[in-house]
Ligand binder design. Structure first.
Ligand code: PLP
Length: 449
């Protein structure tokens, strides 16, 4: 809903920019070649490639999805109980994992997992900067220091070849993120972890059903975490999960997310808290919605994958458009976003912002994606906080600062363009519209400078 509103606003913005540009001395159209991309650019007053909206998100089915939610409401049992347990069982099955623990958010899933893995004050955790802020926040929130590993711009994933150089005697864990729903290089990451005796916590918060060599992302490390926030492929508004194969770890995750009550202990017992814990239990409503949403996930993932592959086959033919490469071991990608790099030199110097405005004007919503969050003020703010200054020597904090330079990531953040997952739920014709719009901009690039 929000995304659609935003897109409409962006379209309006682009349209008014277009009408202003149309008043400027005209240099376009003369050079346009016949074919799909021919014609005056919409941002310069021409007809857009499409005006039809793309599929919205989230999707629900009244007949199928509403009764289970109403049934929870009428039961009066709204807090964690049988429906959550049923979701956990089905989600674990779908993931090919022994266990699943449902939580309130992907963020609390990550926090639970890090705490149970014993990550805390004094530790360093290796993580890439090309991610959603939560992946970094959770490391700081345990009291550990995130050590940044630069991004592989071709794949948009953390660069495993930069990882070993970042290891110190304090390194405790690696937190690989399968960002954009594309698998990180788990062969190399797991090999490094094994060699240096490090824990691996996968942030699979964008990677439901993505696979590495036939195994689901989120089941390749010690623990894996998922998000079910509103924009995610499997959603109940807010929600999360930890998955794992180790009963001991999963028992402790359960305990941690329930005030430290020992796993299996009834909620009516008001003593016997075994460990420090917090509370991030999923409600029955969330689980009922997730169970309904889950019935469509496989089919939607298949469709996104097919559309993404087709889109890649067309976009890679356009000079200056570089779709993300998948690693050889990536047997399935979830495409939470469809990313490509935009090279302005090959578009006659047209800046990315202008390219995106032109693309939106053609009826294709898009965004520039993540900025370099490792350079955001929160990072230094945290290192200067009382907690961190009490916990670490100046030398330790300085090392964290010094390692926080990721030039490849900075470059990627300047070049990236994202299409959101709901666009990939459309038809093949929708994909052709996207590719035609980009071709049209390429062919008319001289008019945009
Ligand atoms: C969404 C997301 C999270 C956090 O999940 P929430 O459910 O929003 O708390 C963490 N990491 C990544 C990569 C995400 O995309």
């Amino acid at each position: 809903m929000n995304a659609n509103r935003l897109n409409r606003r962006q379209l309006l913005g682009a349209a008014s920019a277009g009408s202003l540009a149309a008043l400027a001395p005209s240099v376009m159209t003369s050079g346009a070649t016949p074919g799909t991309g021919a014609g005056k650019l919409a941002i310069l007053g021409g007809a857009p490639i499409r005006t039809k909206p793309f599929p919205g998100w989230p999707i629900w089915d009244k007949e199928h999805d509403e009764p289970p939610v109403v049934s929870v409401l009428r039961s009066g049992v709204w807090s964690r109980a049988g429906v959550v347990a049923e979701f956990e069982k089905k989600y674990a099955e779908m993931m090919g994992a022994r266990r699943c623990l449902a939580t309130t958010h992907g963020t609390t899933a990550l926090l639970t997992a890090l705490n149970v893995l014993g990550v805390g004050i004094g530790d360093e955790v290796l993580v890439g900067p090309y991610t959603f802020i939560a992946s970094i926040d959770v490391i700081f929130l345990t009291g550990a220091l995130p050590i940044m590993v630069d991004t592989d711009p071709e794949t948009f994933q953390v660069n495993p070849d930069r990882m070993e150089a970042k290891i110190s005697e304090h390194t405790k864990a690696i937190l690989p993120v399968h960002i954009l729903g594309l698998p990180a290089n788990m062969d190399k990451i797991n090999a490094i972890a094994e060699k240096h005796n490090l824990l691996v916590l996968e942030d699979a918060c964008q990677a439901w059903l993505a696979e590495w060599r036939g195994k689901k992302c989120g089941t390749l490390g010690d623990l894996g975490c998922f998000s079910f926030q509103n924009s995610k492929h499997l959603t109940c508004g807010e929600g999360g999960a930890v998955v794992g194969n180790d009963d001991g770890l999963m028992d402790r995750c359960h305990s941690y997310h329930n005030f430290g009550r020992p796993y299996g202990q009834t909620m009516l017992t008001l003593s016997g808290y075994a460990t420090l814990g917090t509370k991030c239990r999923m409600t029955e409503f969330q689980a009922a919605i997730l169970l309904a949403q889950m019935t469509r996930l496989e089919e939607q993932t298949r469709r996104r994958g097919e559309n993404a592959d087709y889109l890649t086959s067309r976009l890679k033919e356009i000079p200056g458009i570089l779709p993300a490469r998948l690693y050889d071991g990536a047997t399935r990608a979830a495409y939470h976003l469809y990313p490509f790099r935009y090279r302005q030199e090959q578009f006659g110097g047209v800046r990315r912002d202008k390219f995106m405005a032109a693309l939106r004007a053609e009826g294709i919503p898009c965004s520039s994606g993540y900025g370099p969050i490792n350079r955001d003020p929160f990072f230094e703010h945290t290192l200067r906080s009382n907690n961190f200054r009490r916990a670490y020597s100046k030398a330790r904090l300085d090392r964290c600062r010094q390692e926080n330079h990721c030039p490849d990531n900075d470059q990627l953040c300047r070049e990236a363009v994202w299409l959101s997952q709901n666009l990939l739920l459309g038809t093949r014709q929708d994909m052709d519209d996207i590719a035609d719009a980009i071709e049209k901009i390429y062919e008319n690039r001289a008019a945009l400078v």
